[in-house]
Design a protein around this ligand. Structure first.
Ligand code: GLA
Length: 385
């Protein structure tokens, strides 16, 4: 009997230790930056399900803004011509509202994660221009009407500008033909038309720091506004690395966008610590080649499988501190900084550009304890400019 009681007590102690919320030792991001900008995090339906209560506690203690990682993309909301799937996105929106957070809808018009039936007829032939306009119109009408008053803002168009400042010939743009501006214009027009007053509309993009691309984004926003459309903000995605982009490029992007009079947001922040990581979307494709999963590449390309060495942990902290100094110094121009995931284990950077690696791009580790980088980020407003 006594042994049984002792055994149960031991289990209770173990459970109480492992169930404790790992309170960040160094304070809270949303409090540290409360006078500066919103602090956001992209979350998945798993987070919304509450099946990891420690992760939910951490999220709520640190952040006051949410982005949906995948559940509001066209392939999730409208996976088949006759199929709509609002469940996970409804749960996300409700979770955000219940906790009084800023709720972003992401993303209405994108070339990626959009099924081909958006652009093709059932027999595989390309849709006519009129059919495409109607597809885009009815999709945006259905989605923004469904979430009317429940999302604070929409990423209306994602990643339509090319590295040289032109438009990318992909997805909607490829289907429409022409230079791409028309697609962006129609998407903003339909969002403006169907979303309730007070909803904000954003353009979201990666590599905005690149001067040629920045010029393309600035021109796009100017043209949309000249055409009478409400564009409230631009999201700088910020999938960055330990040594890129240069501070001067980031500052110039923030300043030039702010000069347009739009809100500037850092929307998808993560810092890749692994080799050959430059903007996954750009050089990622070739690195997905199966040869890079061969044993001889593994050690070189996936060096921190068993843990992050102290010196890289320090580099990550220094890099995050450097970035948050930039953001803090531009806090009058920045509206929100959002991390793309809560902890390293939830990051897309483990699978891209090379599948199956172990990356450490966020402020929290896989066990939800903070990296040194958290303290570094929290120290920035304390130290001041
Ligand atoms: C892009 C998209 C995001 C997400 C990330 C990577 O930047 O905007 O929704 O898919 O890529 O996961």
């Amino acid at each position: 009997m006594k042994t049984k009681v002792l055994f149960l007590l031991a289990i209770a102690v173990v459970l109480s230790v492992s169930c404790e919320s790992p309170e960040p030792e160094a304070g809270s991001l949303k409090e540290a930056y409360s006078g500066s900008f919103k602090m956001g995090c992209a979350i998945s339906p798993f987070m919304v399900s509450g099946r990891n209560p420690q992760a939910v506690d951490l999220l709520l203690s640190q952040f006051n803004a949410l982005s949906p990682d995948n559940c509001m993309k066209p392939e999730s909301l409208h996976p088949g011509p006759e199929v709509w799937n609002f469940g996970p996105a409804d749960a996300y929106v409700q979770f955000g509202k219940e906790h009084g957070m800023f709720v972003l809808g992401h993303t209405l018009c994108w070339h990626n994660q959009t099924p081909s039936f958006f652009w093709e007829r059932p027999d595989g032939t390309p849709k006519s221009r009129a059919e495409l306009v109607e597809t885009l119109r009815s999709y945006i009408e259905t989605v923004v009407t469904h979430f009317a008053g429940k999302v604070d803002a929409w990423d209306v168009v994602n990643e339509i500008v090319a590295e040289d400042g032109g438009f990318r010939d992909l997805g909607w743009v490829k289907a429409f033909g022409g230079d791409g501006y028309e697609v962006a214009k129609l998407a903003f027009q339909f969002a403006n038309e169907y979303a309730p007053e007070g909803t904000e509309f954003y353009y979201n993009e990666f590599n905005v720091w690149r001067p040629s691309k920045l010029e393309g984004v600035v021109n796009l926003v100017r043209r949309l506004r000249a055409d009478g459309l409400k564009v409230d903000g631009v999201g700088i995605q910020a999938h960055w690395g330990l040594n890129y982009p240069k501070t001067e490029y980031i500052e110039s992007a923030i300043e030039q966008l702010a000069d347009l009079g739009v809100k500037v947001m850092i929307t998808e922040l993560d810092v890749d610590v692994l080799p050959i990581s430059k903007e996954g979307q750009v050089i990622g494709k070739s690195l997905q080649d199966p040869q890079y999963q061969l044993e001889e590449f593994e050690e070189f390309l996936d060096p921190y499988k068993d843990g992050l060495p102290e010196e890289v942990e320090d580099q990550l902290a220094a890099r995050y501190e450097e970035l948050f100094k930039i953001f803090y110094n531009h806090r009058d121009q920045i509206d929100r900084v959002t991390f793309w995931g809560l902890h390293d284990g939830a990051s897309w950077k483990n699978g891209s550009p090379i599948p199956g690696r172990t990356n450490y791009p966020l402020l929290f580790k896989r066990d939800l304890t903070p990296h040194k980088a958290l303290e570094a980020v929290l120290s920035v407003p304390v130290k001041g400019e």
